[in-house]
Design a protein around this ligand. Structure first.
Ligand code: PLP
Length: 373
């Protein structure tokens, strides 16, 4: 069947999103809040479209990394609470303007927030306190907790809505002891802060693999679901229970035939060893196909058959070997449409599915597959 649009598209399947969301919700107590993390354009998909869909599904929070990601959601009409995981101090005015909830992760950030809040005569603004418990990336350290506690008590400007931390190795069973210690430290520091606060904040520490491995020990008041929504459980058995959300598809722009001994593509990186039929596909490294997938490391599927990439990946195109495949110009090309293929590409180039997804550039058209009735 010919496709009518001759472009590369990333299809985002709402049925799979709904399935994955329900799967993770089934692991939680009824009143545990759920934040869906839609940073980096919703893991490379479409943050706004996903947020709009999830607003029909009872999600308590969206979480983004940076203020501008939250602003884009607000400008698209998203009303759900938005937690900004990594705000920077120069963002606070817009964070307040757009009703986003910042993370306060060190004293400099706290002071910057208080200054803006006092200038704008803002009281009780919802903020989230981040504690470092071993990832050693962002957050107050254990040694800060006593001083922090004094600063938060009866602070007119802010309302500590939640206290959270982030696990360093929640997917790794071999690091179970380390993780349980992180959880313990978190609970202790969070309780110390919470004890002095009139209104009790809720706690959260679990990401996707945290929900899978530590829902009993540490689901607290909320969890933060990221990659799991897209069908990856960071473990084969879990990924099997999830559905693939993102499919990258394209079409054949041109079919060519060359004799044996001809080179194809830049730097003459591939030379034919026989008469070869090959197809040129309008997707390249500027769309997120890593150059490392050159010369047979990567492949696409055409009419259900594997067609390996030949030569180098160009910025806007790849050539694939379709010798023996009965395809024509306009035929559908599937770059990936399963977790298995995404994981295969990730392994081939030494990365993780997160990076394969977030690499899909904004040039690629996004198409939402609506949820079936
Ligand atoms: C990205 C992120 C998450 C989501 O992680 P997943 O492994 O994708 O579920 C949760 N919390 C924080 C702080 C993050 O930065």
């Amino acid at each position: 069947m010919m496709k009518n649009s001759h472009v590369t598209v990333l299809e985002i399947d709402c049925n799979a999103i709904a399935h994955n969301l329900a799967y993770f919700k089934s692991k939680l107590n009824e009143n545990t809040r759920l934040a869906v993390v839609i940073k980096a354009f919703g893991y490379g998909s479409d943050a706004i479209a996903i947020a709009k869909f999830l607003e029909t599904k009872n999600v308590d929070y969206f979480a983004v990394a940076y203020a501008k990601e939250g602003i884009a959601l607000r400008e698209a009409g998203i009303k759900t609470k938005i937690l900004v995981l990594h705000p920077q101090i120069f963002n606070f005015e817009s964070i307040i303007h757009y009703n986003l909830e910042p993370t306060i992760y060190n004293f400099t950030v706290l002071e910057a927030f208080e200054k803006i809040a006092s200038e704008q005569k803002i009281e009780n603004y919802p903020v989230h306190i981040k504690i470092n418990t071993g990832l050693n990336r962002l957050g107050f350290s254990h040694h800060d907790i006593y001083a922090l506690n004094k600063r938060l008590c009866r602070n007119p400007y802010l309302k500590v809505t939640s206290i959270f931390s982030h696990l360093a190795a929640s997917e790794d069973y071999a690091e179970r002891e380390f993780t349980l210690r992180q959880i313990q430290k978190f609970q202790k520091d969070a309780d110390f802060l919470s004890n002095q606060l009139e209104e009790k904040p809720f706690y959260h520490i679990l990401n996707t693999s945290g929900i899978i491995n530590y829902a009993e020990e540490a689901q607290f008041g909320m969890v933060r679901l990221g990659i799991g929504l897209h069908g990856f459980g960071n473990a084969a058995e879990e990924t099997k229970k999830l559905q693939n959300v993102n499919s990258l598809k394209s079409v054949i722009s041109q079919i060519s035939y060359v004799e044996e001994g001809k080179s194809i593509g830049y730097n003459r990186a591939f030379t034919t060893s026989e008469k070869t039929k090959y197809a040129t596909i309008p997707v390249g490294h500027a769309d997120g196909i890593s150059r490392q997938l050159k010369n047979g490391k990567g492949f696409v599927k055409i009419l259900g058959q594997m067609a390996p990439i030949i030569g180098n990946v160009c910025m806007d195109m790849i050539m694939v070997n379709v010798t023996g495949i009965d395809c024509e110009v306009g035929e559908e090309v599937i770059i990936f449409d399963s977790q298995e293929t995404i994981e295969y590409f990730a392994r081939e180039i030494g990365t993780i599915p997160y990076e394969i997804l977030t690499a899909i550039s904004q040039r690629v058209e996004r198409v939402m597959i609506p949820e079936s009735e």
